[in-house]
Design a protein. Structure first.
Length: 405
């Protein structure tokens, strides 16, 4: 056989290199998987973490985009700086300062949703094997981000009010973690809010022990009742070691994919470099439209209207939850946000029960995936913001039927 003849034969297929270990070790989002299963219109879906779409200020957002594209298309459609558009960072700094935390535009980095902020922080802070402390239970996508970075994730003991600062102190001393991640206000998944005294104590632990705090606040503006609790970042000792994350996803529109982080300079600059490698910058037109919206519209008034609707929906869920769940169950009473957390008595297993419950035309998220270590299989998360009170009442009737089997 000549060389020419052999060249005409089909080449043997070589096996491709394997995926990185992290790509196969980290599971997909259980919530996303459930949402795909429960997308049927007849299912009343308490499983989502989505804001109510009928409450979006679609006209106001559309007007902001129209104005930006009409007045400065060459800017809106061009590349931007990695740190974010100055107009938007100035508006965000003003809003943050008005809520009790003095902030300059240079303190902020605009991100493509606050989920990107978590990814950037994991990139610049964590080496494989580093320890991260989280709440129990914890926001699921944060567990994904830290696990993807190869971190060892440990849960801080706590109670119905959240993290126990003394337990945190002991764990930090013993494990020497890089950071603590917390959603202290209207937490996902429980809806609970960490009291001010505990926030001050956590700030003190971080100052004494040398610990980064990542304070995630996507829900804090959605308060229905009670007094606002200051950010951990505002307490003594926390200013030079706390990263505050914010987002427009729950108060303006998640499709804009606009978040931000407020961080000390050395960490913020490192995150900017990591962002350059990830996506160069967050879309310019979205940033400018958001800045225009903040200049022309009253976002606080819009959020107040949304919170009023959400409160009525929370009240509807609280009114019916006792009849829907088995005797001996307990649940949270959130002062704001989007979620209610329930714990059924043993031996109920909410993961095992989900298929039967969906068969009755309603869905929830089993609590097990929200735990970093040992899951509590009798727990569930219920989102109350995307259904009307009548739909919530019907959904709870279906839930009761599904749990009875």
């Amino acid at each position: 056989m000549t060389v020419a003849d052999s060249a005409a034969l089909p080449a043997a297929s070589a096996s491709l290199p394997l995926l990185a270990a992290r790509a196969t070790a980290v599971k997909g989002s259980a919530v996303r998987d459930i949402l795909a299963v429960t997308a049927r219109p007849e299912v009343i879906n308490f499983a989502g973490g989505l804001p109510a779409p009928e409450l979006f200020d679609a006209e106001g957002i559309a007007a902001a985009f129209r104005d930006v594209l009409a007045e400065a298309p060459e800017r809106a459609l061009q590349y931007s700086t990695t740190e974010g558009e100055p107009d938007l960072r100035s508006a965000l700094a003003e809003r943050t300062g008005a809520r009790g935390l003095a902030t300059s535009p240079d303190d902020l980095l605009v991100t493509t949703g606050s989920q990107q902020a978590l990814s950037l922080l994991a990139t610049v802070l964590l080496e494989p094997g580093d320890t991260v402390l989280v709440e129990s239970p914890c926001y699921l996508a944060a567990l994904q981000a830290f696990s993807f970075a190869g971190a060892r994730v440990l849960a801080v003991p706590g109670d119905a009010a959240g993290i126990d600062p003394d337990a945190l102190d002991d764990l930090v001393t013993r494990e020497r973690p890089k950071l603590l991640y917390t959603v202290p206000t209207f937490q996902n998944p429980t809806g609970r809010t960490l009291p001010g005294a505990r926030r001050a104590a956590i700030a003190s632990v971080a100052a004494r022990r040398g610990l980064w705090i990542v304070e995630d606040d996507p829900y804090g503006e959605l308060r229905f009742e009670g007094e606002r609790v200051p950010w951990i970042a505002s307490y003594d000792g926390a200013g030079d070691r706390t990263v505050l994350l914010g987002s427009f996803s729950k108060v303006m529109a998640p499709g804009l994919r606009l978040g931000w982080l407020r961080a000390p300079a050395v960490l913020r600059r490192a995150c900017a470099v990591a962002k350059q490698a990830a996506d160069l910058h967050t879309p310019t037109v979205n940033q400018l439209a958001a800045a225009r919206y903040l200049a022309d519209r009253d976002l606080d008034a819009h959020v107040a209207r949304v919170a009023g609707v959400y409160r009525a929906r929370r009240d509807a869920m609280l009114a019916g939850i006792g009849d829907a769940l088995p005797a001996g169950s307990t649940w949270t009473r959130p002062e704001g946000g989007m979620f209610l957390w329930a714990r059924l008595p043993e031996p109920y297993d909410t993961t095992a029960l989900l298929r039967d419950v969906v068969g009755h035309g309603v869905a929830y998220v089993p609590g097990a995936p929200f735990y970093a270590v040992t899951p509590e299989t009798s727990t569930m998360r219920l989102c109350f913001v995307t259904q009307t009170p009548d739909e919530i009442a019907e959904g709870l009737r279906r839930l009761a039927s599904g749990l009875r089997g």
